[in-house]
Design a protein around this ligand. Structure first.
Ligand code: IVH
Length: 676
């Protein structure tokens, strides 16, 4: 700002920054709908801190620099924290991190100290209280003093134990941590939201927050939320651990997930810096999104010595990765038609590098989003890429307008088939209602073939496009009529590839009914409802004749799903399609769970890569035999199946004495149990 001619009067600038920050706090904390990126927010806050430091006479106790979070929303009952929930200070560069380290060193007057590194997962802070080892209540952070009672919703998170796995649980134990969502689950929710014309969550943090703060806990339950502990609150009847590391170990032992970047505590900031740099790209391989690392002084005695400011502890720092933003131009906006006819605007961008990757397009979600951004074709825009997640336009650079920019209007006609589009009053989406729309057909086929549906691996976008363009496939059953000659006529299809695809299509005929139900793309039927339906009806025949009374009696099947099934199967062309699939040999039944002869009550954790089957197939086999799969190892795990290059779960299983099977042993086990 040194050459800034229009420098604002500091008092006015401080007031403006505080106003803006409060507004953004409200959007972020109360409405779960941030309008700017974290990086931009942090820049505003950093500027305010600088000004306040230079003008201490202008500091007021209610400045955003002096407090922790935002106001709790009125929807959930308030729950006071026994000990305030603090936040973290940030370091955005190696220099800032080393400055923090220096403050720690000075604070500890030359005593040696260890540092623990954890991922900084972008989720929602949450406190979970256990009384005598039993889940008692859970709350969000709120303003740090009082949060919201989200007990019912947190109870639905499977990663959160309802009872601690301890022989002598303490009288009171408050684990604090992060509720978050993995990248793949975030993508799945978004896709479903887009398909149903709902406004999709912009990022995993919003998805976690929106899913946790649901009025209906059943919705939360379906969202695959995760939790990991990173700190603690009030404890009673338990000696305070000596180190943070011991605390994390204690949590894991008790059955509460805790972060594990696989290494012991470290000495020296240099080691942390090296790790930070390695992880700048390594973090993208994690199943969840992180926006930095959290570095903490390990010894609790030393933590106490260092203490905290009103906002954050001095013994910890969030060492952030730079926000991945770039500025570019919207060249054009086109419209993509989804599986259920929802029309999504997509921005065609002047290619630009962002976070090390060339970006040339970005979804605009829906027309409300375009309105919210005030976006026109030709605009300069700021885009942001968070982790591997699709980039998004976060704002228009209005100063760069030339007057040549053009308004963006929703299309009157479907860009794929030309039929008139319709906007439902209740929805934000425009739709194409033509069931033979080529774009919808393509997207439905891709869904049908997807990994969690019929799992036909070789059927990707380009094959589907060619198959539909050449009129070889117009509906699902046509896939099972394909011949080798048909495929050889396609681009890039040689002998081997054609045979592989045909073999995969053939193998998909054996998929259980639950996958077929999911694959059909019945509105509102996700993987879970498909499994419930298949488990109840056992055959497609029974499902197609299901009446609303019977559907209503099934727990987990609500009236929307029931109505959707009845509508779907009352269509003549659907019944014909199902008959066609059956006559071509597609399995129409759910395999019986062999009662008492399978893997009932057994839990499996997989680690490393299997050679003879995919992880999904192995898990399916376990489920078919009545067992269940879990994502983390505890002393209750029956078996850990270790494939090639197993991860930390293998070590953990060894430590806990859980039985470890190699692939061959696993195959034998499922074969023996399956036959009995
Ligand atoms: S420790 C007293 N550890 O980041 C210190 N926080 O920006 C309490 N977060 O409010 C926090 N990962 O919600 C800690 N490994 C981690 C974390 C973490 C994510 C969140 C947490 C905190 C926010 C601060």
């Amino acid at each position: 700002m040194k050459n800034d001619f229009n420098r604002e009067d500091p008092r006015r600038e401080i007031e403006r920054l505080r106003r803006e920050l409060r507004e953004h706090d409200h959007f972020y904390y109360v409405l779960d709908n941030p309008r700017i990126s974290d990086g931009e927010y942090d820049a505003l806050l950093a500027r305010l801190k600088v000004l306040e430091a230079a003008h201490p006479e202008l500091v007021t106790p209610d400045s955003p620099t002096r407090r922790v979070g935002g106001k709790p929303s009125a929807a959930f009952a308030p729950l006071a924290h026994k000990i305030p929930m603090l936040s973290l200070d940030n370091a955005y560069s190696a220099e800032e991190f080393l400055e923090w380290d220096k403050r720690v060193r000075n604070g500890l007057k030359g005593e040696p100290y260890e540092l623990v590194v954890e991922p900084k997962i972008d989720g929602l802070s949450c406190s979970i209280e256990y009384e005598r080892g039993v889940f008692a209540r859970a709350s969000t952070r709120g303003d740090g003093e009082t949060g919201e009672d989200v007990s019912l919703n947190v109870r639905t998170i499977r990663a959160v134990p309802l009872r601690l796995n301890l022989e002598n649980p303490p009288a009171f134990f408050e684990a604090r941590g992060e509720v978050y969502i993995e990248k793949k689950d975030f993508e799945a929710i978004r896709e479903e939201q887009l398909d149903h014309g709902a406004e999709p969550f912009a990022n995993p943090r919003n998805a976690a927050a929106g899913s946790l703060r649901q009025k209906d806990p059943a919705v939360t339950a379906g969202r695959k939320l995760k939790f990991f502990a990173h700190s603690y609150g009030y404890l009673e009847g338990i000696a305070e651990p000596e180190t943070h590391w011991d605390y994390l170990e204690y949590c894991r032992k008790a059955g509460i997930p805790a972060p594990d970047l696989g290494k012991k505590p470290r000495r020296g900031a240099e080691e942390i810096l090296k790790f930070y740099e390695e992880y700048a790209s390594g973090r993208f391989t994690l199943p969840y999104e992180i926006d930095g690392l959290v570095v903490k002084v390990n010894s609790l005695k030393q933590q106490k010595l260092l203490g905290a400011t009103s906002k954050s502890p001095r013994w910890a720092i969030a060492f952030k990765y730079p926000a991945q933003q770039a500025t570019t131009t919207v060249r054009n906006v086109w419209f993509s038609v989804g599986r259920t006819g929802v029309i999504t605007p997509v921005a065609d961008l002047e290619p630009v590098k962002c976070g090390g990757v060339m970006i040339s397009s970005s979804t605009l979600h829906n027309f409300d989003e375009i309105k919210r951004l005030g976006l026109k074709t030709g605009d300069r825009v700021v885009i942001e890429r968070a982790g591997e997640v699709i980039p998004k336009v976060i704002k228009v650079v209005s100063d760069a307008r030339t007057g040549a920019e053009k308004e963006i209007h929703p299309p009157r006609r479907c860009p794929s088939c030309g039929s008139e589009t319709v906007k439902d009053e209740a929805e934000v989406a425009y739709r194409c209602l033509n069931p033979s729309c080529p774009s919808q057909i393509r997207r439905s086929l891709l869904h049908f073939a997807s990994r969690d549906a019929m799992n036909i691996d070789g059927l990707g976008e380009s094959s589907v496009e060619q198959l539909t363009d050449k009129k070889l496939v117009a509906e699902f059953s046509d896939l099972y009529r394909l011949k080798k000659e048909d495929l050889l006529g396609l681009e890039l299809f040689k002998d081997k590839k054609a045979e592989n695809l045909l073999a995969q299509i053939e193998a998909s005929k054996k998929q259980p009914l639950s996958r077929l139900i999911y694959a059909l793309g019945i509105p509102h039927i996700g993987e879970k409802s498909a499994r419930v339906l298949a488990g109840h009806f056992k055959t497609m025949e029974a499902l197609t004749h299901a009446g609303s009374e019977e559907l209503g009696r099934i727990s987990d099947i609500g009236p929307i799903i029931a109505g959707s099934i009845i509508d779907f199967f009352s269509e003549t062309h659907v019944r014909e399609l199902v008959r066609g699939l059956e006559s071509l040999g597609v399995n129409m039944a759910e395999p019986e769970k062999a009662k008492g002869s399978g893997l009932e009550g057994k839990s499996f954790v997989f680690t490393g890569e299997l050679k003879t089957m995919t992880r999904e197939e192995a898990e399916l086999r376990v489920r078919e035999l009545g067992g269940k799969e879990a994502s983390s190892v505890s002393s209750k795990t029956s078996y850990v199946v270790a494939g090639e290059a197993p991860g930390s779960k293998y070590e953990k299983a060894r430590k806990l004495g859980v039985e470890i099977l190699n692939e061959e042993e696993f195959l034998k086990l499922i074969e023996v149990r399956g036959r009995r």
